[in-house]
Design a protein around this ligand. Structure first.
Ligand code: HEC
Ligand code: HEC
Length: 342
């Protein structure tokens, strides 16, 4: 008996430690720039499949499903007529256009904006309340389950916690100066206005409630609490995705042009979110280009909006080092800042 048990126990121990050593290894890296997204046409009519398809419709046709002018008042969750995929291009599959591929397995995660660990549902509601200038979905609603199912399905075959190349946005090489909205206006007039309109208000779709070319500012745009209202996010996005057809490996704008045109966009009028002072309860974790205070440092609001960011970054680092040595509450500013480009 003992004679048999001993090798078995050793074998089991061997299996367990092999399992542990796999877990302790570096997380898998998935290159989304080479990833073939799943095909929505292959999704079936089972209960999960139906929700995936509804999620795809919500994501790509948001204004007609849950926009502010849909016939059923109970479904008016979004406050503007944008679609999720106006920013998350190709139904959330384009690399460096904040794709949804693999995002399921990145949550729950700590987020500085909430100062807490948040679920994927809370993250979806973050875009509902800011990018869509609307209201949060109930977690038990069919709409939230559909978004979650769609994201789950898009993440098929991508391991939880994988490092994702092509997620978020790809940073620009940031000029060591403030962005110049006047030069940005010239870039806008030459490159962007043909589609987004001279007045930035976009062009409505011929059919339905959404846009053929979405607005970049004005009353039907994202609000000032949205990620896109931060200059470094907008510049990174514009350089690697705009004008439509530009890609991260085939950009059209230079870094200087992207920086200036983003500076022009973030100084336009847009809806204002309430309670923004509650964001980033740990102020040192606030992105240096958040266009609203309060800030941990003394730099003026205009510099946070338009740069130059080098001096702010240095100061935040210094303040972070101080608070770390005084009370041990480490600032994660450095890693947080990299978030947009993760
Ligand atoms: C105006 C542009 C815009 C629109 C419209 C928009 N988003 Fe986002 N979304 C962003 C940006 C920018 C980020 C990431 C950067 C940030 O938050 O600072 C993001 C991040 C996300 C993330 C987290 C992705 C990650 O890499 O961790 C999810 C999930 C998400 N959005 C879902 C949605 C959904 C669902 C909708 C529609 C209901 C939507 N978004 C509409 C701009 C937008
Ligand atoms: C050829 C037409 C075209 C041009 C030119 C163009 N865009 Fe876009 N842009 C679009 C379309 C279409 C979308 C929405 C994509 C979708 O829904 O698939 C979009 C989306 C966007 C978005 C995210 C959605 C929103 O409402 O904020 C931003 C930001 C943006 N464009 C900025 C720019 C900037 C900056 C320029 C100039 C450098 C530019 N675009 C030039 C067609 C264009």
């Amino acid at each position: 008996m003992k004679y048999i048990q001993l090798p078995l126990a050793m074998l089991l121990a061997g299996v367990c430690s092999a399992g542990n050593s796999i877990r302790a290894a570096e997380p898998a890296t998935i290159d989304l720039t080479q990833w073939k997204p799943p095909d929505i046409a292959t999704v079936g009519e089972d209960p999960f499949g139906k929700l995936v398809k509804y999620g795809h419709a919500l994501f790509s046709n948001t204004a007609n499903e849950i926009g502010p002018s849909v016939p059923d008042p109970a479904k008016r969750f979004a406050g503007n007529n944008l679609a999720c995929q106006n920013c998350h291009l190709q139904a959330g599959t384009q690399p460096y256009a904040m794709p949804m591929l693999g995002i399921w397995g990145q949550f729950p995660q700590y987020r500085g904006r909430e100062g807490d660990v948040t679920s994927v549902e809370e993250r979806i509601n973050g875009c509902m309340e800011r990018s869509m200038n609307g209201r949060a979905l109930l977690f038990a609603s069919r709409e939230m389950k559909a978004f979650a199912s769609y994201l789950r399905w898009l993440s098929n075959e991508i391991p939880d916690g994988a490092k994702l190349r092509g997620a978020g946005t790809l940073k620009i090489q940031e000029p060591e100066r403030a962005a110049d909205p006047v030069r940005g206006a010239e870039v806008y007039a030459h490159v962007c206005s043909a589609c987004h309109g001279q007045n930035g208000l976009g062009v409505r779709a011929q059919n339905g409630l959404g846009y053929q070319f979405p607005p970049l500012w004005g009353p039907d745009s994202f609000n000032n609490g949205a990620g896109m209202s931060r200059i470094l996010t907008a510049a990174a996005y514009a350089k690697h995705n705009m004008p439509l057809g530009a890609k991260f490996d085939a950009p059209f704008l230079t870094d200087e042009q992207a920086y200036d045109v983003a500076g022009y966009i973030v100084t336009q009028i847009r809806p204002e979110k309430s309670d923004l002072d509650k964001d980033y309860p740990i102020r040192l974790q606030k992105p240096i280009d958040a266009p609203y205070g309060p800030y941990a440092d003394e730099f003026p609001a205009t510099q946070h909006r338009l740069g130059p960011f080098g001096p702010i970054r240095a100061k935040v680092k210094e303040l972070g080092a101080v608070s770390q040595s005084s009370n041990g509450s480490a600032s994660e500013n450095a890693s947080h800042e990299a978030e947009g480009a993760k």
